[in-house]
Design a binder for this molecule. Structure first.
Ligand SMILES: Cc1ncc(COP(=O)(O)O)c(C=O)c1O
Length: 400
């Protein structure tokens, strides 16, 4: 019903993924598997609505109205049994601006903010660029899976550093974990006990693989929700990141006011009209497209797993529970991050995210975006094979 196989030329479309190879030091023929957008056309219900808006021809200042809220409300009720309220909603142009605004709103310069690396790199930059301090309670890899650090460690880090705020990625980028209700509840309880507010980034919530369910933080309990800023967006799900539309839910009125004040202070008060139009259309009519997309992504995941097992057994897939980002463990080769990056860039002609951008805990890993047509993914995996087929595993793996 939907075509995810056709390779669409994205060159000369202002695409960060496709139009900046040479200016960022990659050869022109490099294949990109880094930034988290997709090489698929968005849902037809979205492009059709946008086409009507373009034909209308007036693109003035805009705001979300009741019809926008109702579409989003419908989505969260239908997919996550989460009843959002209209007055909780603060609109922003993205989740990243919301992370920054929340850090400024709920902490002072030099205050400590907790993160669990390896984690989306904008968490650390939202803390550091605003003059706050990063405190880490790293995730722990147990066998094939990551989990949160011991809850004792989390609590000790909070107390010892007088942590004021924590940033939580749920589902987790880059490890692909989908946190269970119990994990989220325990984490939330520790934070509440020490008056640590939580910013939860749920931008990947629509991408879970069969057998895993995303728990909306807002469904944990009232006390949890009253301590949280919950960041959601239709952009990742529907491949409309360039249209900049995010929905930030803040049930606690005092926190909402403080957050809003920061947005106003930074001048970020206007929204993208096309983002609103696309977001509403997505949440009203995009479910069949998303379901088909998720089936396609699952087949891509299965393909990569089989390919690695058969051809590159020293590259280990960390089995994802959600997201379209794969976390690949290259540590058996014993290469430094710099050497690994050079090999991927110069020998394989692949542009991926090196794991250490998500924190030093990601050293030796690579993040690979599989949201592309199968033929593109096959090309990428074959290039990986050619570059690594003669690479011997280290007898003394550097990172193990
Ligand atoms: C966890 C996470 N949060 C936020 C973003 C980006 O959010 P936005 O484009 O809404 O600023 C990304 C993009 O990859 C992400 O992975």
């Amino acid at each position: 019903m939907f075509d995810f196989d056709t390779v669409i030329d994205r060159k000369n479309t202002f695409s960060l993924k496709y139009d900046f190879n040479e200016s960022r030091g990659y050869s022109p023929d490099t294949l990109p598997f880094w930034i988290a957008d997709m090489d698929f056309k968005t849902a037809p219900c979205i492009t059709e609505t946008l086409a009507k808006a373009v034909a209308h021809g007036i693109f003035g200042y805009s705001d979300a109205d009741d019809s926008y809220f109702e579409a989003v409300h419908h989505w969260f009720r239908q997919n996550f049994r989460w009843e959002v309220k209209q007055d909780w909603l603060v609109k922003t142009s993205g989740v990243v601006p919301a992370l920054h605004a929340a850090v400024r709103a709920f902490t002072k310069p030099d205050d400590a903010v907790l993160i669990q690396p390896p984690v989306y790199q904008c968490f650390a930059s939202a803390i550091e660029t605003t003059g706050r301090r990063v405190v880490k309670s790293p995730l722990i890899r147990r066998g094939k899976k990551y989990s949160m650090n011991d809850f004792d460690d989390i609590e000790r880090k909070i107390v010892e550093n007088n942590v004021k705020l924590s940033l939580l990625c749920s589902p987790q980028n880059p490890t692909g974990r989908v946190w269970t209700r119990e994990e989220l509840s325990q984490y939330s309880a520790i934070c509440r006990r020490h008056h640590v507010r939580i910013v939860v980034d749920e931008i990947h919530c629509d991408f879970t693989y069969p057998g895993y369910t995303h728990t909306a933080f807002g469904t944990l309990g009232e006390e949890d929700a009253m301590n949280a800023v919950i960041c959601t967006a239709p952009t990742k799900t529907f491949n409309i990141s360039g249209l900049q539309d995010a929905n930030i839910w803040i049930p606690n009125p005092a926190m909402r006011e403080a957050f809003r004040k920061e947005l106003i202070a930074s001048g970020a008060i206007h929204l993208n009209l096309m983002g609103l139009i696309a977001g509403r259309a997505a949440y009203l009519g995009g479910k069949p497209w998303l379901d088909a997309l998720k089936e396609y992504l699952l087949r891509n995941l299965n393909y990569v797993r089989s390919f690695l097992n058969a051809n590159l057994p020293y590259i280990k897939l960390v089995e994802p529970e959600g997201t379209y980002l794969l976390w690949l463990d290259f540590r058996y080769y014993g290469l430094t991050d710099a050497a690994l990056e050079l090999k991927l860039r110069n020998d394989a002609h692949l542009w991926v995210n090196m794991g250490n951008i998500f924190g030093s805990e990601g050293s030796g890993y690579v993040r690979l975006n599989i949201a592309c047509p199968r033929s593109t993914l096959e090309k990428g995996m074959n290039r990986l094979y050619e570059a690594f087929k003669s690479q011997k595993p280290s007898s003394n793996p550097y990172f193990l």
